[in-house]
Design a binder for this molecule. Sequence first.
Ligand code: 4AD
Ligand code: MG
Length: 432
Amino acid sequence: MASHVYIDRIGEHVGESVTVKGWLANRRSSGKIHFLVVRDGTGFLQVVMGKKDVDEATFARADHLSQESAVIITGTVRADERAKGGYEMIATGMEVVSEAHDFPITPKEHGVDFLMDRRHLWIRAERQTAILRVRHEVINAIRDFFNGEGFTLADTPIFTPAACEGTTTLFPVQYFEDTTAYLTQSGQLYNEANAMALGKVYTFGPTFRAEKSKTRRHLTEFWMVEPEMAYATLDDVISLAERLVASVVGRVLDRRQKELKVLERDTSKLENVKAPFPRLHYDQAAKILIEKGLPFEVGGDLGGTDETVLSEQFDRPVCVTHYPAAVKAFYMKPDPAQPDRALCVDVLAPEGYGEIIGGGQRLDDYDLLVERIKAHGLPMEAFEWYLDLRRYGSVPHGGFGMGVERCVSWICGLEHVRETIPYPRMLYRLYP
Ligand code: 4AD
Ligand code: MG
């Protein structure tokens, strides 16, 4: 009996007879030989089936087998430079586990809506599996980075009683007695409490934004990693963000060359991603935008186009700091030297990808925080516990949030974040 091997390890079995269990991705024939492309989740393998190498029934069946039929194929592994992946298999036998009929996604071009409606099948495509594997690597790299830096994972709730990032993008949930709950926009506020207990913490999970914006950067459900550090300043936060991003990109370059090649990613652009990153005060950013002729209003937030233009000016991510406090969240600490500015940072990815990280130093003064909660029209009762953090041993602290999908989209060089998660949720997309 030949042993079952996975395609990504097939190179360890050259000259041996082994079995591959998977699905038929593609097929062509030249009368006496069938070329079957089989995928098994770990990779794609060309199987050469010669008429003389298998019995007649098997050869005839292979000639009619349709795309995505489940097959178990046994054969001898051969190194071949011309073959995709460097190896191919000379088949000696084939078992058809189940036959597929009229798989809807064929090698021809399909529109995005057609593919998104069949996302549960589309994820079988080579490009899609490459993206999802990069996502997996990014997530593992993030976890390893924080664990290696002595951070403790402390999860934060998804049902919350109040807004973190502004009341206009909340998803209400009716379940809890006498009150409306909201799906979390960010674990930050709880994470601040965790940091006062554990020092350096991170939370990593799904977050929700009822975004009405239909852009290539927005999902309504996305994954965010959020570190938070007690006794930290804006500088500490920026330095952590730089090291995280450089570490994640380095890890993908190290371990996912195969996937980046499938995606035809120009990796030279990623090689530049080394800390430190250039830093740009909001005023400098505004100056660049105006010089470039953009209709930018000084004092306002950066829009998608502004971010694109700014991030195109640099060969690595750029840290934009000191935004006007008025355009940022209630919890940001004002710069003592320039109180209308927040001690905040947005990290913009290069090549026009825009914001991947947002964070900064938190408002640690009790009175000012109360003032801000009121000014933002937020319900004070819901924030009493948060104010406790300023009552009992308040210290300078800070952190940030990095969106996994935006990060993967940039590293993979994609047009849109929708391909970076198996089942994207967007304004017009809830199915499948
Ligand atoms: O800048 P944001 O809104 O910051 C926060 O939520 C902070 N409370 C985080 C913190 O300091 N702990 O979001 C952080 C990141 C963005 O930079 C972006 O990468 C991602 O989350 N993000 C989105 N990704 C996809 N779709 C959306 N609608 C996103 N909104 C934010
Ligand atoms: Mg932001």
